[in-house]
Design a protein around this ligand. Structure first.
Ligand code: TNX
Length: 520
């Protein structure tokens, strides 16, 4: 009896040993450029203040950080411009060392008494905040008060992205996703420092963005989806809400109107867009390649001009994606003529053309970007065409289907997804180099990567989560981290370290046997 009551009171030292281990500074996704561990780290406490300068960008990111930290820590964490050197400090600097951080880089210095995030831009501060989130215990992501301590290891992280274009695409046409569902997806992409959200706004199954001059596109063309459900569309106000939310997470929305194929929803809405003047019925299946705008009719170009004009007017970003894939019902001659007419419209309304890589089968406009979605079985001639375009100045975004496609099954047993490009397990998705992937293309032509999430088989946020996680963080890392950090064995450990965060955030994920997930 006496012995057991003695054992119930452990010595003080043992209590100290129960403190959770600190996350090593570099154990984040995407891998940072440089980390130097050392010194006492920083601890967020009830007294912590978030210190900013007078600028609006610092304050905006500070409020975002506070909103992440307050619920779980239970601390007040006031954002203040008041004097003092302690606390979490967000700084936008213009010195020489800051310049080296580029447009999106940042530096985090974690020390006793202060944690300082420095950048040249709001985007850089925001990315620095994402790094710090991952360096704190995973429970920081919960929405209710948790037990600390809230410590960050000591040292310095200096980081900047490899590529300026780091994107994910959401197909809101095959299945419609609400503004709130899109916001959830934006938050997930932002966690991994992606900076573009490509929205696939139209396809055979549904037209999802309001165009005032052609109202039936949405009222009729947006009224259904794959499987025959209700569909939906974004009003201009809702689209703006998405754009503003994305901007608050430093993502630029890249809208896509897929043309001249993938247009059944438009053709069904307006008979005159069809060569034979007859509107087809709405379509709720998953075939591709059967529809085409009528490239030889004048009204087609009035229509496209109106759509591009209205879309450009509501889009603050640089790019407008005009699709161009799988135009199997458009003759080559018509396809080339169509792209020759449509690309200048994009320029006329102040935007830069982005198109699927089939655009290189026409004449890409000066400054255009082609999105490569080929895979290991893509024919040499098709690759060659893309490579030649790249040699002639067309820039490339890479989303190889058998690597970057988030809609593909992980294995034959995955309940959701497609598999025309094969199965895409986590290692396969991560283990390639955007700089050398497309042999013969100048490395400089590659401006970045994209992970597309097509939605033929996906209709809920839980399903999007399952397909995006854990592959989305891998593509984000390919876009951000230096090639020298690329190493599957190290990556899979960092990736496994994310799982408790996804649990805390309510993100369900595929428990790939390739990844050493923590027990429990
Ligand atoms: C091919 S990728 C398509 C899409 C499908 C996707 C499904 C591309 C440019 N076109 O229409 O949704 O495959 O994986």
């Amino acid at each position: 009896m006496g012995v057991s009551s003695f054992a119930a009171a452990p010595p003080r030292a043992a209590a100290g040993a129960e403190l959770p281990a600190l996350t090593p500074l570099g154990r984040v996704v995407p891998a940072p450029l440089r980390t130097e561990e050392g010194g006492a780290g920083y601890e967020i406490t009830a007294k912590t203040r978030i210190r900013v300068g007078a600028g609006a960008r610092e304050r905006r990111v500070a409020e975002y950080l506070a909103a992440v930290l307050r619920p779980s820590t239970g601390y007040r964490l006031p954002v203040t411009t008041g004097k003092g050197e302690d606390g979490i400090r967000l700084r936008i600097g213009a010195g020489a060392a800051d310049k080296a951080l580029g447009a999106e880089g940042y530096r985090v210095v974690s020390a006793r008494g202060s944690l300082t995030i420095t950048s040249r831009t709001g985007a850089g501060l925001f990315h620095g905040v994402q790094t710090v989130r991952q360096q704190l215990p995973a429970a920081v992501e919960k929405k209710t008060e948790q037990r600390g301590p809230w410590r960050v290891a000591g040292g310095t992280v200096t980081d900047r992205p490899r590529y300026a274009y780091r994107s994910t695409m959401l197909d809101v046409s095959r299945h419609f996703f609400t503004v709130d569902q899109v916001k959830r997806y934006i938050d997930q992409a932002a966690l991994y420092k992606m900076n573009k959200l490509h929205l696939h706004l139209s396809d055979d199954q549904g037209w999802r963005i309001a165009v005032d001059s052609w109202p039936r596109l949405t009222t009729y063309g947006g009224s259904t989806q794959v499987g025959g459900g209700r569909g939906g569309y974004y009003t201009k106000a809702q689209y703006k809400e998405i754009i503003d939310y994305a901007a608050s997470r430093y993502l630029e929305v890249v809208p896509e109107i897929d043309m001249p194929g993938h247009t059944n929803a438009a053709l069904a809405s307006y008979a005159e867009l069809n060569c034979d003047g007859v509107a087809p019925p709405l379509y709720t299946g998953t075939e591709v390649g059967f529809s085409s705008l009528c490239a030889t009719k004048g009204v087609t170009y009035d229509f496209v001009d109106d759509v591009i004009r209205e879309l450009a007017a509501m889009t603050p970003g640089t790019y407008l994606h005009i699709g161009g894939d799988e135009a199997h019902s458009t003759s080559h001659e018509d396809f080339v003529a169509f792209m020759d007419k449509v690309q200048p419209m994009v320029a006329k309304y102040g935007k830069t053309v982005l198109g699927w890589h089939q655009l290189t089968g026409a004449t890409p406009a000066e400054g255009a970007v082609a999105q490569y979605w080929g895979y290991d079985r893509t024919g040499a001639a098709e690759r060659e065409q893309v490579v030649n375009a790249a040699k002639n100045g067309t820039r490339l975004v890479l989303s190889p289907a058998d690597r970057a496609y988030l809609d593909h099954k992980y294995t034959k047993d995955t309940p959701l997804g497609l598999s025309w490009a094969g199965y895409v397990e986590v290692q396969r998705s991560y283990d390639w180099d955007p700089g050398t992937y497309l042999q013969g293309a100048p490395a400089k032509a590659v401006i970045g990567v994209e992970a597309p999430l097509w939605s033929e088989t996906l209709s809920t946020s839980a399903q999007l989560d399952f397909m995006a996680f854990p592959r989305l963080p891998g593509i984000a890392e390919l876009g951000w981290s230096p090639a020298a950090t690329h190493d599957w064995d190290a990556y899979k450990v960092r990736l496994a370290g994310q799982a408790p965060r996804w649990d805390a955030l309510g993100i369900g994920y595929y428990k790939s046997p390739q990844v050493p997930w923590p027990a429990g």
